[in-house]
Write a protein that binds this ligand. Structure first.
Ligand SMILES: Cc1cc2nc3c(=O)[nH]c(=O)nc-3n(C[C@H](O)[C@H](O)[C@H](O)COP(=O)(O)OP(=O)(O)OC[C@H]3O[C@@H](n4cnc5c(N)ncnc54)[C@H](O)[C@@H]3O)c2cc1C
Length: 401
C-alpha cells in the first residue's frame, strides 16, 4: 500500500486526510503543517466572540491519532522530488509518497510602497493574536483594502470601540466577490457604524504612525493592517516543475500536471467545464475540493463540480453567495422585511444567488436556491421575486417537469 502525503494542514489538507480514511484508504497518511498548532479554521479569526481571538481547532490530536493520521506539526515541506516521489522536509527528513496532495493555501499579498514593513498581515492565528492583543477602545487602526477580510475586521474593531479607517484603491469597497447590491448595503452599514472610508486612493508611503495617501493627505494610525488579498502558495509546485498559473493548475479531477500529485483549496486553480482555470478562496471550497481529491487519490475518478459558496459576517449581518454572479446576468430581487435575496439568471437559467440579512436569516433560502441551481431550472422571474412563493414549490415543480 502506498503512502499519502499531504502538504499543508489547513482546512483543505486536514479535511483531505480524514476523507481519505472515510474513503477506506488503509495505508499511511502523513499531514505536514508549517504552523505550530493543531489544524484550525481561519474564518473565526475575523469573527471573534466578545472581541477575543478564537482558535477553533478543526480536529483534536486524539481524532488525528484515532484516524491513523501522522501529523507533523510545525514542519514545512522544502522541496519535492517528483521523479523519485519524495518530499524533503524542513527538519531534514524525507518522506516517500505514492500520492501527494498540495494544500498549501495562500499567503497575504504585500504592499510595494515605501514603509510597507510597518503593516501587519491578517491571515493566521498568530497574525490575529498580534492584532487583537494590541487594540482597544479609542485606538486608531487603518485597514488597507476594503475586501471581505478588511471589512469583517473593521466590523469587529468598531465593536471594540476602535477608530477604524479603510483605504481602498477602487471607488467602492467589496468590489471583487460581492454582488454590487449587497456591497453597497454593507458599505452604508459600515459608514453608519462610523468607519471612515478613503476610496479611490493609492498609498504613497507608510510611516510607523500614518498612511500617506496618493493625494498627499495622511491618515494617522496606531496600527496599520494590510488586507489587500492573497496569492496562492505555489512555490513548491513551481520549483518541482508542475504547471502553475494563478494557482497550481489541475484538471477537473484535481490532478496536477503530475498524475501522482493533486491540489486542493486556496492554492488550486481547477479546470472549468467551459475552459480556463478557476481558483476560489473559501472555506467550503477548500473542504469540498479536499474530499474530491482524497477520493481520487484513493482510487476514485470523480470530477469536481461543487457550486462555489461563501459567507461573510459583518456586524449582525450575514451575507451568503452561491455560484458566481456576473455583471451580464439578469438579476431578480426578492425582498423580505429585514433581508433580501438576489437571483442571477443567464439566458433565463438560474446560475447564482446571494442574500443579506440579520444573522443566518438568508441561509435556508440560499440552500433552496442552490438546489434550484443544481436542478438546472429556468424559473419565472416573477415567481423568484415574489416572497410569497416558497422556493420549495419551485424545486418540486422543476423536478416534476
Ligand atoms: C481571517 C479570515 C477569515 C475568513 N473568513 C471566511 C469566511 O467567512 N467565509 C469563507 O468562505 N471563507 C473565509 N476565509 C477563507 C478560508 O478560510 C480559506 O479559503 C480556507 O482556509 C482555505 O483553506 P486551505 O486549506 O486551502 O488554505 P490555508 O487555510 O491557507 O492552509 C494552508 C496551510 O498550508 C500551510 N503550508 C503552506 N506551505 C506549506 C509547506 N511548504 N509545508 C507545510 N505547510 C505549508 C500553511 O502554513 C497553512 O497552514 C477566511 C480567511 C481568513 C484568513
Amino acid at each position: 500500500m502506498y503512502r499519502i502525503v499531504i502538504i499543508g494542514a489547513g482546512e483543505a489538507g486536514t479535511r483531505a486526510a480524514f476523507a481519505a480514511r472515510e474513503a477506506g484508504f488503509s495505508g499511511a497518511i502523513t499531514l505536514v503543517g508549517a504552523e505550530p498548532h493543531l489544524p484550525y479554521e481561519r474564518p473565526p479569526l475575523s469573527k471573534p466572540l466578545d472581541g477575543a481571538v478564537r482558535m477553533k481547532a478543526i480536529c483534536t490530536a486524539e481524532a488525528l491519532a484515532a484516524a491513523g493520521i501522522d501529523y507533523l506539526q510545525g514542519v514545512s515541506a522544502s522541496r519535492l522530488d517528483t521523479g523519485h516521489r519524495f518530499v524533503i522536509l524542513s527538519d531534514g527528513r524525507t518522506l516517500a509518497y505514492g500520492r501527494l496532495l498540495l494544500a498549501t493555501g495562500a499567503r497575504p499579498r504585500r504592499l510595494a510602497c515605501p514603509g510597507a514593513d510597518h503593516t501587519l498581515d491578517f491571515r493566521t492565528y498568530a497574525d490575529a493574536a498580534a492584532i487583537f492583543s494590541r487594540i482597544g477602545a479609542g485606538g486608531r487602526v487603518v485597514i488597507i483594502g476594503g475586501g471581505l477580510i478588511g471589512m469583517e475586521l473593521a466590523a469587529v474593531l468598531r465593536g471594540k470601540g476602535t477608530i477604524v479607517s479603510i483605504v481602498e484603491a477602487a471607488s467602492k469597497p467589496l468590489g471583487r466577490a460581492v454582488p454590487p447590491r449587497f456591497a453597497a448595503k454593507l458599505h452604508v452599514r459600515h459608514q453608519k457604524e462610523g468607519v471612515h472610508f478613503h476610496l479611490g486612493q493609492g498609498i504613497g508611503e507608510i510611516t510607523p504612525d500614518a498612511v500617506v495617501l496618493d493625494d498627499g493627505s495622511s491618515v494617522s494610525a496606531g496600527m496599520i493592517i494590510s488586507a489587500i488579498g492573497v496569492l496562492p502558495e505555489i512555490a513548491l509546485a513551481q520549483a518541482a516543475g508542475l504547471a502553475t498559473g494563478n494557482g497550481i493548475l489541475t484538471d477537473a479531477f484535481l490532478r496536477t500536471s503530475d498524475p501522482h500529485i493533486f491540489a486542493a483549496g486556496d492554492c488550486a486553480a481547477v479546470l472549468q467545464p467551459a475552459g480556463g482555470h478557476m481558483r476560489f478562496e473559501s472555506w467550503r471550497n477548500a473542504r469540498s475540493q479536499a474530499e474530491t481529491a482524497a477520493r481520487n487519490m484513493t482510487g476514485g475518478n470523480e470530477t469536481f463540480s461543487a457550486l462555489p459558496w461563501f459567507w461573510s459576517d459583518q456586524y449582525d449581518l450575514g451575507l451568503q453567495v452561491a455560484g458566481v454572479p456576473r455583471t451580464h446576468h439578469q438579476s431578480v430581487v426578492r425582498r423580505f422585511e429585514e433581508s433580501e435575496l438576489e437571483f442571477y439568471l443567464d439566458e433565463g437559467r438560474l446560475v447564482a444567488t446571494a442574500g443579506l440579512g440579520p444573522g443566518i436569516g438568508v441561509a435556508k433560502d440560499i440552500k433552496l436556491a442552490e438546489m434550484l441551481i443544481a436542478v438546472g431550472v429556468s424559473p419565472d422571474p416573477s415567481a423568484l421575486a415574489d416572497p410569497a412563493v416558497n422556493l420549495k414549490t419551485l424545486i418540486k415543480s422543476a423536478r416534476a417537469a
